[in-house]
Design a protein around this ligand. Structure first.
Ligand code: ATR
Length: 271
């Protein structure tokens, strides 16, 4: 039996096993996909051990995406550029690292939602690992501009420096008074439900600003509540989760699974 997995810490609430076993069933492929709680500081040994015991590949979620980057012997271009890996596969016997997060985000916002980022003014909230994973793909869409706003300014500046040669990228601060009126606002922070007083200044948005949270479930509460209060259209990251998973599945099995309404509804019921 083919063996796949997802490594993370915490991992209990991961929906990846459900998604990948659904994909496999729909394509008549026999495989197992388990959620593995990785121990901090032991990722290289544990993940390497999974492959040695016959595992064909795995996904990686928080906090191991950079360690997965280091584990990989070869990497895709996007993994090299983002500096993080969410999919490990075996390519000619070598451990290969890829990152399907940015692909999944663009596929969802562009193809599923119908929001093309080309020539748009885009604001990205947060400058952590999740932000890092999608910035290159956003810039490849050639937005008019991409601004990063983060609680810790230094981290936003670092990301700007890292990716500045890929497109027009800059920082913005909450107190900036310029009339930005962003077309799209993406939340990549983990502020989630903890930050009930989440708010953005009026010069940051307009009537038809599209809000997208990379998280899903209760983790979207603060951003979603703010968007609702301001009558802005809001999307959570469930579509992105499914699209990045489908792309990982394709990397492993060379077959593209269909993302059905049935699967979406199963996931929604779990939130
Ligand atoms: P991830 O990999 O999910 O991005 P991370 O690397 O820990 O996780 O980054 C979390 C992001 O959420 C950071 O941008 C963080 O801001 P700081 O860089 O200032 O720490 C942001 N964040 C977390 N809690 C927040 C809060 N309560 N308000 C605003 N930003 C918050």
């Amino acid at each position: 039996m083919k063996k796949y997995a997802v490594f993370g810490n915490p991992i209990k609430h991961s929906m990846s096993p459900l998604i990948h076993t659904y994909f496999a069933k729909s394509l008549n492929i026999e495989l197992t996909y388990e959620a593995i709680l990785g121990n901090i500081g032991k990722f290289q040994i544990e993940a390497g051990g999974f492959l040695k015991k016959g595992g064909l590949g795995f996904n990686i979620t928080l906090p191991f995406k950079q360690e997965a980057f280091n584990l990989a012997e070869t990497r895709s271009d996007i993994a090299e550029i983002t500096g993080s890996v969410n999919t490990i596969s075996l390519k000619k016997g070598r451990v290969h690292g890829d990152n399907t997060d940015g692909y999944g985000f663009i596929k969802d916002i562009k193809n599923n939602i119908g929001c093309n980022l080309e020539s748009k003014k885009v604001l990205l909230l947060g400058a952590g690992g999740a932000a890092m994973g999608i910035i290159p793909n956003i810039l490849y869409e050639r937005p008019f501009e991409l601004k990063i706003c983060n609680r810790t300014l230094e981290k936003a500046k670092k990301l700007c420096n890292k990716f500045s040669d890929l497109g027009k990228l800059d920082i913005v601060e909450m107190q900036d008074t310029e009339n930005y009126k962003f077309d799209v606002i993406i939340n990549s922070t983990s502020a989630g439900m903890s930050n009930s007083d989440f708010s953005l200044p009026v010069n940051f948005f307009k009537d038809n600003t599209v809000c997208y949270d990379l998280s899903y479930g209760i983790a979207t509460n603060s951003f979603k509540n703010w968007a609702d209060k301001n009558n802005l259209i809001f999307y959570d990251g469930l579509g992105m989760l499914l699209e990045q998973a489908a792309e990982s599945f394709y990397i492993w099995e060379s077959k593209r699974p269909l993302i059905t309404d049935e699967l979406k509804n199963i996931l929604k019921a779990k939130l």
